[in-house]
Design a protein around this ligand. Structure first.
Ligand code: PLP
Length: 392
């Protein structure tokens, strides 16, 4: 038989067995628990001697369908779905550290991941160091005997800086440290960190994976022996995904490839046009030749992604006027939606950081982040360039 192993096909055609109704599309299993045929079967399932669903905090066929597809698409052995992206970040870290351990992380991280490392884990005696994404030698220098994990996001939010995954994969292997990559911005369609040796790959499925702004969700994917620990931790602490969300997200995956193709095409088109505009101070997009890590972006990302950042001449004040002048593009903190979204990170998502901390992760006061949606590119550009004119 043929393998039918192309990305698009796997995202659509993977299907757990059909029920007795012989449905074509995967059904939703809205049930909190599952029935045993006998007392002996119940005993054997609890003892994990035989597989099977017991209770939806542990597993549910709707969630299995989603997570098994995610594993196929990321090229990982196993995975665990969670209620949100942050639940995934937390359970991908917590099972692997104890008091006295150390985590090495990229300085630019999603705000709540930052809080886990700087506020929550230190209470339990787990320390951390931050390193600039593009200072690879510093990653090596900062490894300590008690370092258990390297945690990075690439591309970073919102500066769109990259880190060399091949380098970090080798470094982590040489020191027997787990490399954990938040692959939310790239999605499995653009980049597969496991290929470079990441033991854990985490996602907020809330973003491009759902892609339609409907649900929260997350995944931890990775090596079997690591996911077993994650699963144990999740089973007993309960950050489980709702079967309804698992069902939605497994349908979302069926269109991930076509959506990402269009997000990236629209984003590149917009980035190129911004680059030529006289009112734009600078623009950053991984697959623009002017990106300082363009070569790396071409090597490890299929396309440049759905986000573009730029700054208008006139900085912060001009940026605010620009945002207020937008008519179609939404002002909301989400990203990875069919609808284009504009954000001013310094006053919203990254307002908790000091000005100095923001500059250290590439967030200048006037930086605007656009999550480029799937509306017609002419309409996106019309709204955006008209707002630039109005903001003068
Ligand atoms: C949104 C986001 C998260 C958190 O995900 P939620 O689903 O909102 O909990 C984590 N990492 C990155 C990079 C994100 O963009």
């Amino acid at each position: 038989m043929a393998n039918f192993d192309k990305f698009e096909t796997r995202a659509i055609r993977k299907q757990t067995e059909r029920s007795q109704q012989k449905e074509h599309s995967v059904p939703i299993f809205a049930t909190s628990s599952f029935v045993f045929d006998s007392a002996e079967e119940a005993r054997a399932m609890f003892a994990e001697e035989i597989p099977g669903n017991i209770y939806s905090r542990y597993s549910n066929p709707s969630n299995d369908e989603f997570i098994e597809k995610m594993c196929l698409l990321e090229g990982t052995e196993d995975g665990m779905p969670t209620a949100s992206g942050m639940a995934s970040m937390f359970i991908s870290i917590a099972p692997f550290v104890k008091s006295g351990d150390h985590i090495l992380a990229a300085r630019s991280l999603f705000g709540s991941t930052h809080q886990i490392l700087t506020t929550i884990l230190p209470k339990w005696g787990v320390s951390h160091s931050y390193v600039d994404l593009n200072d690879l030698e510093e990653f090596e220098r900062q490894i300590k005997p008690n370092t258990k994990m390297i945690f990075v996001e690439t591309p970073s939010n919102p500066a769109l800086d990259l880190v060399d995954l091949e380098y970090l994969g080798k470094l982590a292997a040489a020191h027997d440290i787990i490399l954990n990559v938040d692959n939310c911005f790239a999605t499995p369609y653009l980049q597969n960190p496991a290929k470079y040796g990441a033991g854990l790959v985490t996602h907020s499925a809330t973003k491009f994976i759902d892609g339609q702004g409907r649900v929260l969700g997350g995944t931890v994917l990775g090596k079997k022996e690591l996911i077993e620990e994650v699963r144990f931790f999740a089973r007993h602490t309960g950050p489980s995904m709702s079967p309804f969300h698992g069902w939605i997200l497994s349908k979302s995956l069926e269109t991930l490839a076509v959506r990402m193709e269009k997000h990236c095409e629209n984003a590149l088109n917009l980035a190129e046009e911004l680059e030529g505009h006289s009112d734009v101070d600078w623009v950053k997009y991984p697959h623009l030749k002017s990106h300082p890590q363009y070569e790396l972006a071409i090597k490890q990302m299929r396309h440049g992604g759905g986000l573009v950042t730029f700054e208008l001449k006139g900085g912060l004040e001009r940026g605010r006027k620009f945002l207020d002048a937008l008519e179609m593009i939404s002002l909301t903190p989400n990203l990875g939606d069919t609808r284009s979204i504009a954000t001013h990170p310094a006053s919203t998502t990254h307002s908790k950081l000091t000005e100095e901390e923001r500059l250290a992760v590439g967030i200048s006061p006037g930086l605007i982040r656009v999550s480029v949606g799937l509306e017609h590119i002419d309409d996106i550009k019309e709204d955006l360039f008209r707002a630039i004119e109005v903001s003068k």
